[in-house]
Design a protein around this ligand. Structure first.
Ligand code: ADP
Ligand code: ASP
Ligand code: MG
Length: 433
């Protein structure tokens, strides 16, 4: 399949970290970008930092500071994607095309001031448009922008996807191609379930739930942005040709399987507050304190007091990276109300997503049975019309994903085979055998 269709269309191509990890891969990505240009497209490429660069930059910060200043963290983290873009531009120029690399700020990505997880407010793409009009290939450093206070910001882990979608929206691109290290969006993380199926298409509704529950192949905000601005996402392999997965509107998607995918996350933390006074407004104050600290609370459970005058307990999950900020934000409240506070860092989550769940009861019952039979303790549960999520111990996540994938037929036949007694059992990956 050609990378793009008719001449003169605008295409945004985003390459993830693994796809630009070393010199060879940068050259390969550059060649693909050039091919799209030679096919007659106006080409904008968004690049991520190479390989594990962003993780290494984060580690570097913690080597010198216990609590790195968020503004300076962004200054540091934004360098990774700049390196990739400059290198790719050099390769493209050597290939005989004109390329120009731009930082997020130069590309006109304007964000709010929430350092390390800024939101895009505006895309002023005039400079990109002018460069495209001049026949140039434009390379934009992903994952970053400039705040309304003129500081460098970053868009949260995985944020280059959002840069690409936002540019595609601003430029009226025909497609936003997300090139990554898997060949599309799968029914489960193919690294955990080797027999997982590639989805040829997935609805925004389902993709939002999948991204929100841990399928990091597309950053949640990129999917939200694409839905809100009508951007066509094509998620595909940077190592092979052939179509990947299209994210489409509900009207465009044909299939409504009961369960489309099992997703998971292994970086959750749980906070439990005990002895909350049983009076109106307390839960609101807890959640406001967390919202003001820019923490996204996921699952919340509150146990009502057994009898009048007693106190309530509340548990919720937050991304593990936000645990310290959450504890800091809650400290004044716990002191004020005499609340007990405990946290557990080793939590994970496993979820089933499927548009067909809306009209078919019984998925939750089966999921809980499967986890129960596997000896997995479900610690918290939440549901939406098309998703069921269970918080489990981090150590139980991989097993839970495999059991659910097998029970809900989310993998090709090879995930199951008959053992001598004829009882089905999931096949474990070679590294575990
Ligand atoms: P990139 O660096 O290209 O942005 P990411 O690591 O952010 O790539 O996302 C791709 C990874 O997402 C894959 O390597 C895969 O392990 C993981 N992943 C998790 N769930 C899924 C899923 N349902 N389908 C495809 N990939 C998934
Ligand atoms: N480099 C950033 C990260 O590792 C952004 C991205 O890759 O999308 O999170
Ligand atoms: Mg990513």
């Amino acid at each position: 399949m050609p990378d793009a269709g008719r001449p003169d269309q605008t295409v945004v191509m985003k390459f993830g970290g693994t796809s630009v990890a070393d010199a060879e891969r940068i050259k390969r990505a550059a060649a693909r970008i050039v091919r799209a240009k030679e096919d007659g497209n106006r080409v904008v490429a968004v690049l991520s930092a190479r390989g594990k660069t962003t993780d290494e930059l984060v580690d570097m910060a913690y080597e010198v500071s216990e609590r790195p200043h968020p503004r300076e963290m962004d200054m540091l983290l934004s360098t990774g994607e700049r390196i990739s873009c400059a290198l790719a531009a050099m390769v493209i120029n050597d290939l005989g095309h004109e390329a120009i690399s731009l930082t997020g700020s130069q590309a006109g990505i304007v964000t709010d001031t929430s350092h390390t997880k800024a939101r895009i407010l505006d895309v002023r793409a005039d400079r990109i448009r002018a460069a495209l009009d001049d026949g140039k290939i434009v390379l934009v450093a992903g994952f970053q922008g400039v705040s309304t206070e003129y500081d460098v910001t970053t868009l949260g882990r995985g944020g280059s996807d959002t840069t690409a979608v936002a540019l595609a929206a601003a430029l009226g691109a025909d497609v936003c191609e997300i090139y990554t290290d898997v060949s599309g969006v799968f029914s489960a993380d193919p690294r955990i379930v080797p027999g997982a199926r590639k989805l040829t298409q997935v609805s925004f509704e389902e993709m939002l739930e999948m991204s929100a529950s841990g399928a990091k192949v597309l950053q949640l905000r990129s999917v939200e942005y694409a839905r809100n601005h009508g951007v066509r996402i094509h998620c595909r392999s940077s190592f092979e040709d052939g179509p990947g997965t299209f994210v489409l509107t509900e009207q465009e998607t044909m299939e409504r399987p009961l369960v489309t995918a099992v997703t998971h996350s292994t970086d959750e933390a749980r906070i439990t507050l005990t002895g909350l006074p049983d009076q109106p407004g307390v839960a609101g104050r807890v959640l406001t304190a967390l919202a003001e600290a820019n923490v996204n609370v996921d699952m919340i459970i509150q146990n009502e007091p057994q009898s009048e005058g007693h106190r309530a307990d509340m548990s919720f999950t937050v991304p593990r990276s936000d645990l310290q900020a959450s504890l800091d934000a809650l400290e004044p409240l716990t002191a004020e109300y005499g609340i007990g506070i405990a946290s557990d860092t080793n939590m994970g989550k496993v979820s089933l997503v499927g548009a067909g769940m809306k009209s078919h009861p019984g998925v939750a019952a089966k999921a809980f049975r499967v986890l129960g039979d596997a000896g997995v303790n479900i610690e918290m549960i939440s549901t939406s019309p098309i998703k069921i999520s269970c918080v489990v111990r981090e150590d139980d996540v991989v097993r839970s994903v495999r059991e659910l994938a097998a029970a809900f037929d989310l993998a090709e036949e090879d995930i199951r085979h008959e053992d001598v007694s004829g009882v089905h059992r999931p096949v474990v990956s070679s590294e575990e055998r």
